[in-house]
Write a protein that binds this ligand. Structure first.
Ligand code: PMP
Length: 282
């Protein structure tokens, strides 16, 4: 397939990244994953806004503006004939002789992007998934979508080894988010999720879900909750670009509710599905 390296669309086999790229050596960069439904990038502007914000937060000057990047996305979709899948996009602080200190302005950031065909996780969305609880050992700027994912990788690996789809993280008993998702509990008909502070990534899917709740009179609060609330929740779900609104039906081996996706989770899945279709017909 065709991939983007800076503003050049080239064959993937022709793409070359230097061994002293700062993304490779320091994880010095930021990224985004954007979902494509039926050939259209879903909430692309929101993702690009967050991409630009992440770059700014690490004091990196993005080499392209939002419109240029929207054009890159369209080009990648067209050239790869992408129908359903995702676009991965990252930018690093560029290539120079290894040194922690930022390079000078003569060194340009390196943008790379590529597409991938991915099916929607239909079976999991319908039946729900298992999750486990793990310590949140990450740094204090989880609001930045940084390339440094080692704690997330370790948590996800542990989840997989325990037969779970996701690890839901907590700091001293306060639930933050999943290793690659946001986390929610439903109690007495009310949805709760951690506020968008430095301790979580403010998911684009999370923002869509909050809007859907507000537009449909579903009570929702951005309020931190405890492990105890998670274990005794009526419903749990997680959200992300690729997992959408994903029911969690088992936590650390214990059934949540009656062990099936709950009514509010299913309602939000329906609303989310309608949102995808609404965007398509625009
Ligand atoms: N939190 C973390 C730590 C993530 O990695 C992700 C997915 N990239 C999310 C939340 C969900 O964000 P989004 O809905 O924008 O995919």
């Amino acid at each position: 397939g065709k991939v983007l390296v800076n503003d050049q669309l080239i064959e993937r086999t022709e793409a070359v990244i230097d061994i002293e790229d700062r993304g490779y050596q320091f994880g010095d960069g930021v990224y985004e994953v954007i979902r494509v439904y039926d050939g259209d990038a879903f909430t692309a502007e929101e993702h690009l806004d967050r991409f630009l914000q992440s770059a700014e937060k690490i004091k990196m000057k993005m080499p392209y503006d939002k419109q240029q990047m929207l054009d890159f996305i369209d080009l990648l979709i067209k050239e790869n004939h992408l129908h359903d899948g995702s676009i991965y996009m990252q930018v690093t602080r560029g290539t120079t002789s290894r040194n922690h200190i930022f390079p000078g302005n003569d060194i340009k950031p390196v943008l790379t992007a590529y597409t991938k065909e991915v099916e929607r996780p239909k079976e999991k969305l319908e039946n729900g998934v298992k999750a486990m609880v793990a310590d949140d050992i990450r740094w204090l700027r989880c609001d930045i979508k940084s390339l440094n994912l080692l704690p997330n990788v370790l948590a996800k690996q542990e989840a997989m080894e325990q037969g779970c789809y996701e690890a839901i993280l907590h700091r001293d008993g306060t639930v933050t988010e999943g290793s690659s998702s946001n986390a929610y509990v439903v109690k007495d008909g009310k949805v709760m999720t951690h506020p968008a502070t430095n301790l979580i990534l403010n998911g684009i899917t999370r923002q869509v879900i909050l809007q859907l709740c507000q537009a449909n009179q579903i009570p929702v609060t951005e309020e931190a909750f405890q492990l105890e609330d998670l274990r005794t929740a009526d419903e749990i779900f997680i959200s992300s670009t690729t997992s959408e609104v994903m029911p969690v039906v088992q936590l650390d081996g214990q059934s949540i509710g009656d062990g099936k996706p709950g009514p509010l989770t299913k309602k939000l899945q329906t609303l989310f599905q309608e949102k995808i279709e609404a965007v398509k017909t625009q």
